[in-house]
Design a protein around this ligand. Sequence first.
Ligand code: UD1
Length: 381
Amino acid sequence: MLRDLSLETLVVMKLINIVGARPNFMKMAPIVRQLERHPEIAWQLIHTGQHYDDAMSRVFFEELQLPPPHVFLGVGSGSQAEQTAQMMVKLERAMQSYCPDMVLVVGDTNSALAGALTAAKLCIPVAHVEAGLRSYDRTMPEEINRLCTDCISTLFFTPSRGAGEILRREGVPADRIHFVGNVMIDTLMACRERAMQSQILETLQLEEKNYAVLTLHRPSNVDTPSTLAWLLEVIGEIAGRIPVVFPIHPRTQRRIEEFGLQPRVGTMPQVKITAPLGYLDFLKLMACAKFVMTDSGGIQEETTVLGVPCLTLRENTERPETVTEGTNVLVGRDRDKILAEACRILDGHGKVGRVPERWDGKAAERIVDVLLRWSSNPSGG
Ligand code: UD1
């Protein structure tokens, strides 16, 4: 077989990039775009299949122009242990077959942890994008994933100075920590213009700045019947003042059915439930909303950059700069606080913030620069 020697000699590094769940796709897209400009890095994209629906996966590949994955593991749903273990078994084979110099994982999903653990056990260095985030709440699967991934990573790409300080306090050598900015915001900036062409407001018959958006999927909010019922009650009260659009996550949909809460949801005509939306529609929906209520991590960041007030339905956040600098307010599960903050926004006094440092659309560029430097001196940072 003829081999293209010119290309082979050019390659300075082989990389495996791992995605699996919805937020991974937004974080990986700008990195892949940068890698495409650097033929000296050979790479594979592996999709674990943690999210597999068209609405949770395929639409993001299309809209974010992600190339089809080189390897699809088809792991699907399962308990935390089942899902992570199955991914590891399949990832091990994929990594042994490609023999990368480094494995890059993004965020805090089970797919990221499975990728990091499998690589570390094969003695392959791990690069963690979105390193150093801590909610200090170990009941969250994502917090366990973050802690474990950071324990075994070699390169740490952080979205904020605070995340770097946390890592240093935990003993990570300073030369391994790279403050690159926020890759999720790279995607937001790259897609903003296209998103504004979306017809989602017309489709859902909404008026700009005259509706709120709700997303809910954290196990702590949706997996207990009394908590979910209580949250829907509070949302119902807010919907008495402003229409609420609720693109519903499959986990939440399932729980509403399991807990017999459909009748309650059905009696809230001001709450518009939709299937999970694609990236562009959802970005337009957020950008034009009066405010957003969420328990997602990424949405806290996106609303901060869009300048849209965000009420986070959690007791803590691993993204404190969205509160100290951005438009985010932690309202937890305090009914009075949720309603008071919603009223404040409706009365025209929503929080105004600024965009945090290096959330400027260039994070992926910085990441690839560091990878190239590392490839020439793997023992350095
Ligand atoms: C996962 C991530 C979370 C991220 C979220 C975004 C972990 C630990 N959690 O949570 O950090 O914010 O994705 O969505 O990795 N399901 C479908 N179709 C799909 C995917 C999932 O119906 O395409 C169902 C599953 O069957 C399961 C439920 O949704 O019952 C939850 O999926 P799972 O991947 O376990 O976690 P998420 O709650 O989505």
